[in-house]
Design a protein around this ligand. Structure first.
Ligand code: HEC
Length: 97
């Protein structure tokens, strides 16, 4: 079921995932092209481009939050995001490079 959701996320047009990210409040701290409070999604995609496990790691981080990777500012947990949506968002972030 998760793989199906991930497949859908990858097949969906990029703007649909931007809309999802906007609706989940991601874009109040992130932008695709530039750093806001959090790193730009392009920088994240570049950092993990050779990491095959990144989609899973990042999906978990999107839900639980994280700190210490990009600087002193932590990302709070995003409890409003389901596991399926987190996978879609992670796949989309990684596709923005
Ligand atoms: C309150 C601000 C804020 C919100 C809201 C937010 N982020 Fe973040 N995000 C951050 C910060 C700050 C970092 C850097 C954390 C670090 O250095 O580990 C980050 C890091 C990330 C990373 C990289 C994690 C890593 O370990 O490299 C991803 C992917 C990400 N955010 C995606 C999202 C998505 C998708 C959403 C929406 C569900 C979201 N963020 C909502 C602030 C935010």
């Amino acid at each position: 079921m998760l793989m199906a959701a991930l497949g859908l996320g990858l097949a969906a047009p990029a703007f649909a995932d931007l809309a999802l990210a906007t609706s989940k409040n991601c874009m109040s701290c992130h932008a695709v092209e530039r750093k806001v409070l959090g790193p730009s999604f392009k920088d994240i995609a570049a950092k993990y481009k050779d990491d095959k496990g990144a989609a899973n790691t990042l999906a978990t981080k999107i839900i639980k939050g994280g700190s210490g990777v990009w600087g002193p500012v932590p990302m709070p947990a995003n409890n409003q995001v389901s596991e399926a949506d987190a996978k879609k968002l992670a796949a989309w972030v990684l596709s923005t490079k």
